[in-house]
Design a protein around this ligand. Structure first.
Ligand code: FBP
Length: 274
């Protein structure tokens, strides 16, 4: 007997396929204006429309924005790049004690209203605020089920007691837990090697994307990590600073796309940056 699909289940699949067309994706993350402040952007990229246009030209698979930024920039991304609305956030201006949680800054309904293809929400797994973050995530997940909206969890292990948040056992615990509470996609930390990242992927029954991290000194270093993520069975990357802190953001995205979608060698991908 053919399995029966729910209407919202179909909606999730349709939207997911608009992002992960071949099962893989390169997503531009640009919530840094909230999370870190404008200091994260190089001068020519202070205008978000400039960077959105540059990554659209490279054919990036999706863009992750907070609600307000999505609203202000819609003419740059509409009909060019699938939108993921990040519905949780915090600033780095808060006191230290407040850094272990994120607040709701948009709703799933906002994402629907904006024409988004997915919603993203952070959980700081293991944080002193994990309890309330999980309640928040559960409510977001429930709304996503209603609207057929795929849900990406930024699965970030974090807490004052954590000495190494990139430790494979901690990262794979967070990624696995995220899948178990209903995430359709996971974005999590690089664990330092292909071998350990494979352990994360194996333990996680939904696609795992690597979270970019601070800009590497050379573009090649980021491409090398991306290559290892893909070799480990990862389904792509969600990257911010490694793209928008470089003037040649279009070429950088093209190079990352080449590794993710075409299994290109680093040398081949580097040719796009020459
Ligand atoms: P990057 O590729 O620049 O690391 O972006 C990923 C991201 O999760 C952003 O979505 C977010 O703004 C930032 O990192 C948060 O970083 P952190 O929590 O380490 O301050």
């Amino acid at each position: 007997m053919k399995p029966v699909s729910t209407v919202s289940g179909v909606g999730k699949n349709v939207r997911l396929r608009r992002i992960l067309k071949d099962g893989k994706a390169v997503v531009l993350a640009m919530d840094h204006g909230i999370e870190h402040g404008p200091k994260d952007f190089i001068e020519p990229h202070l205008d978000p429309n400039v960077i959105i246009d540059k990554v659209a030209k490279a054919g990036v698979d999706a863009i992750m924005l907070p609600r307000g930024l999505a609203r202000l920039t819609w003419e740059s991304w509409a009909n060019r790049i699938p939108l993921i609305v990040k519905v949780t956030g915090k600033t780095s201006l808060r006191p230290k004690e407040g850094q272990y949680t994120q607040n709701l800054i948009a709703t799933v309904e906002d994402a629907v209203a904006l024409g988004a293809e997915a919603v993203a929400a952070t959980v700081y797994w293991g944080s002193p605020e994990e309890e309330s973050m999980l309640e928040q995530f559960t409510e977001i997940a429930a709304s996503c089920e209603v609207y057929g909206m795929p849900l990406l969890n930024l699965a970030y292990p974090r807490g004052p007691h954590m000495t190494n948040q990139n430790d494979v056992e901690i990262v794979r615990y967070a990624a696995r837990a995220a899948a178990e509470v209903g995430a359709d996609l996971i974005k999590t930390y690089w664990t330092g090697s292909e071998e350990t990242f494979r352990m994360v992927v194996k333990a996680t029954p939904v696609p795992v994307l690597m979270s970019g991290g601070a800009k590497t000194e050379e573009p090649r270093q980021f491409l090398e990590v991306t290559k290892q993520v893909m070799n480990a069975g990862g389904k792509g990357v969600v990257v911010g600073r490694n793209v928008f802190q470089r003037e040649n953001a279009t070429e950088m995205v093209k190079a990352i796309m080449k590794v993710v979608h075409e299994d290109a060698s680093i040398d081949e991908a580097m040719k796009l940056l020459k």
